[in-house]
Design a protein around this ligand. Structure first.
Ligand code: PRP
Ligand code: URA
Length: 211
């Protein structure tokens, strides 16, 4: 796969270690949720590294001071269902963020995303969006979600995924070359049913115990 400037594949040993534990078929639903949260926190830390700051006046118990705070409001947007597992960790990192929801599920035959929910803050066009979905498989769901966000006037979008396929990464970055992607791990390829190999199976089912 050629080098894609907007694609950042994580090399932090804790991310790689936790993804290995996440994938294992013995991993229980409870553990799966915990690993998704830890990995999301670490990818979120990397993805926010270049966020701009502005100075604001605060008061400590001793005196006033000019202190740095994030310059741009952030909206977290998980793609339901599996993206929900990433929200709590990002809310810890970004406690003043708002949260919108996009509900998509893939048609199992066509692999095309079907939209069933779009609930976004009214002023989302003034916010930077962190789009959350653990899996970037064909890229169809992510492309659809970004199309929706752009239709709502969002100008700055960063996407966080845990596991991706080369096919999905290529399709997504071609469709949306202005969106930075922070990816925990790049896997080998997709199987005939659009599942990532070696992957982890169905992320939504493993997260919510609906196997
Ligand atoms: C999964 C996953 C992504 C999508 C990725 O969701 O969470 O949203 O598939 O596949 P794609 O890149 O080929 O579009 P799914 O549609 O299984 O819904 P779920 O989260 O409700 O299980
Ligand atoms: N969705 C998943 O949950 N897993 C895959 O491997 C592909 C799409």
């Amino acid at each position: 796969m050629t080098n894609i400037p907007t694609l950042h594949v994580m090399d932090h040993p804790l991310i790689r270690h936790s993804i290995s534990l996440l994938r294992r078929k013995e991993t229980t639903t409870f553990q799966f949720r915990q690993f998704v949260a830890v990995i999301s926190f670490l990818i979120g830390y990397e993805a926010t590294r270049t966020f701009s700051l502005k100075m604001t006046e605060i008061e400590t118990p001793l005196q006033k001071m000019q202190a740095p705070v994030l310059a741009t409001p952030v909206c977290l947007v998980p793609i339901l269902r599996a993206g929900l597992g990433m929200v709590s960790a990002l809310q810890l990192l970004l406690p003043y963020s708002s949260t919108g929801h996009i509900g998509l599920c893939r048609n199992e035959e066509t692999l095309q995303p079907m939209e069933y929910l779009c609930k976004l803050p009214k002023n989302i066009s003034e916010q930077m969006v962190l789009l959350l979905d653990p899996m970037l498989a064909t890229g169809g769901s992510a492309i659809h979600a970004v199309n929706l966000l752009k239709k709502h006037g969002v100008k700055k979008i960063i996407m966080l995924n845990i596991i991706g396929s080369p096919e999905g990464a290529e399709a997504f970055t071609k469709a949306h070359p202005d969106v930075e992607v922070f990816l925990g791990c790049m896997d080998e390829h997709l199987n005939d049913h659009g599942y990532i190999l070696p992957g982890l199976g169905d992320a939504g089912d493993r997260l919510f115990g609906t196997m």
